[in-house]
Ligand binder design. Structure first.
Ligand SMILES: [Zn+2]
Length: 502
């Protein structure tokens, strides 16, 4: 189906009610893998971080990573889940070349966390509660690279390379209950949910959750039912969507596609689908297997996980302030609108602004620099704000120099430019580039005198009462001082010297 076959979004919603299910995989930031001691650092040579256990060699035995379990419990608690008193791992059996054991160690009917919820805030401030079915522990697969074809896909490739460094890295899979009642806002709810989850796992310190690096990915299940009916329709599952925007687009596309199929009398096939970034469309993958096809059975090589209640309560007691609550607190402290706070969140600037304020800047100045000049630079360079080579302390120092009158706005921007270019900290850049505002009254007075002499006709007009003409003289002085004068003070001096009232 091409994009043109879709039913317009509003028309789809006029007839059908979307029901979503979101499955999010979060890669934990543990130092070692889930069932062996192999390192998890990114960028290692292919297969350098493997051992008999994660390669599934005969005779090897897995051991559970305690930090992995602790992270799963923290996520479960932050999602308001019950934590299992006793649960087991299970083998999910299927063959795929990137899975050397021939089964994935996962959890099946005994997840470590279940029955919770996450409140997510939509752009207009409305709060929508997403019910959580379960959060369970499992391991990632290896990575295949298909070589020799034009598209990087297996079709047309001459051979494939396998890297098992990722095989066995701990994952937490978080599964929602069916999300009903979102109506036309379903795609927005999906995006807000994934965004909130990302903030949550970051706040818990269990994952960096960088979607562009695959550390967090979302499967979007979607079905439609005729408005006013209860029974769920057949669902499709769009796999591995890896940006917030794509989550929203995938849900929207599937709503329009399902509506097109259903309204023309067709049937939805239960299948997995691939999402395409270029045009926001999805295409059919494989027919979806049922759980029984995987022949799940309890993992015989691992002892059950039975977290002591005292430990769970200890972890609950030290949970950080949840992101949504923290954001609302900061929003009030900073006096910004819900919409502006959303922009700050989307830009990844919340923590940077907080750190800049802690380093001594006012909240307005901290927001101004991070969301203005620095956001623009990050955007130009195609990097995350946090990846810019400038620290919150340096931004706070620039703000302080502006406050004390040593820098004006333009000079402050040049100072930031110097810091980003690696010329040193703000004071060094100001010194090296000679950026200080000319505050020496004598030098300033001389520059003003010169401007008056050089622009006699304008000076006469001002003397005659055309105060507005002073702008031209201010411009001349600013030019002469290479922008390093305080424009307001220059104007005062001009009017003073010409004997007119401002
Ligand atoms: Zn290993």
């Amino acid at each position: 189906m091409t994009v043109t076959d879709l039913v317009p979004y509003e028309d789809a919603l006029a007839s059908y009610d979307p029901v979503m299910g979101l499955e999010v995989h979060v890669e934990l930031g543990t130092k070692t893998k889930m069932f062996c001691g192999c390192a998890t650092t990114l960028g290692a040579d292919a297969n350098a971080q493997t051992c008999p256990t994660c390669l599934g060699l005969p005779g090897s035995l897995p051991v559970v990573n305690a930090i992995g379990v602790e992270s799963a419990i923290k996520i479960g608690l932050a999602l308001n889940c019950s934590i299992a008193e006793w649960c087991r791992f299970a083998r999910k059996n299927y063959f795929y070349p990137d899975m050397p054991k021939n089964f994935q160690t996962s959890q099946y009917d005994e997840p470590i966390a279940y029955d919770g919820y996450l409140d997510v805030q939509l752009e207009d401030g409305e709060v929508f509660r997403v019910q959580i079915e379960r959060a369970h522990m499992e391991e990632d697969t290896g990575k295949s690279t298909h070589v020799g074809g034009a598209t990087g896909r297996i079709h047309g490739a001459s051979h494939s390379l396998l890297d098992y460094n990722r095989a066995g890295i701990p994952l937490i899979e978080i599964v929602t209950k069916p999300i009903e009642g979102a109506g036309e806002r379903a795609p927005e709810v999906a995006k807000a949910y994934v965004a909130e989850l990302r903030e949550l796992v970051r706040a818990l310190g269990v994952s960096e959750a960088r979607m562009e690096m695959g550390q967090m990915r979302c499967d979007v299940n979607l079905s439609l039912r005729p408005n006013g009916t209860e029974t769920f329709g057949t669902r499709s599952e769009t796999k591995n969507v890896n940006s917030l925007r794509s989550v929203e687009r995938a849900a929207r596309f599937e709503i329009q596609r399902h509506a097109a199929v259903l309204s023309s009398g067709g049937t939805i096939v239960q299948e997995t689908r691939h999402f395409h970034e270029e045009d926001g469309s999805t295409t059919a993958g494989r027919i979806k297997d049922n759980a029984e096809d995987y022949r799940y059975f309890p993992e015989p090589d691992l002892v059950p996980v039975a977290p002591a209640r005292a430990w769970v309560e200890e972890l609950r007691a030290v949970l950080p302030e949840l992101p949504r609550i923290r954001r609302n607190r900061l929003r009030e402290e900073w006096g910004v609108s819900a919409h502006d706070m959303q922009s700050i969140l989307n830009a990844g600037a919340v923590d940077l602004i907080v750190a800049t304020i802690e380093a001594g800047a006012g909240s307005a100045a901290a927001r101004k620099w991070w969301m203005g000049e620095l956001a623009r630079r990050a955007n130009e360079d195609g990097v995350e704000l946090a990846a810019l080579p400038i620290t919150p302390a340096q931004v706070a120092r620039v703000a302080a120099l502006v406050d004390e009158g040593s820098l004006n706005d333009k000079l402050a921007r040049q100072t930031i430019e110097g810091v980003l270019a690696g010329e040193g900290d703000p004071d060094t850049v100001v010194e090296k580039r000679g950026l200080k505002v000319v505050s020496d009254e004598g030098a300033l007075g001389a520059a003003v005198d010169e401007a008056i002499v050089g622009n006699a006709a304008i000076a006469d007009k001002i003397r005659g009462g055309k105060v507005a003409a002073a702008g031209a003289l201010v411009g001349a002085v600013m030019k002469a001082t290479r922008g390093q004068a305080d424009a307001a003070r220059v104007r005062e001096l001009i009017l003073e010297k010409l004997g007119v009232e401002g």
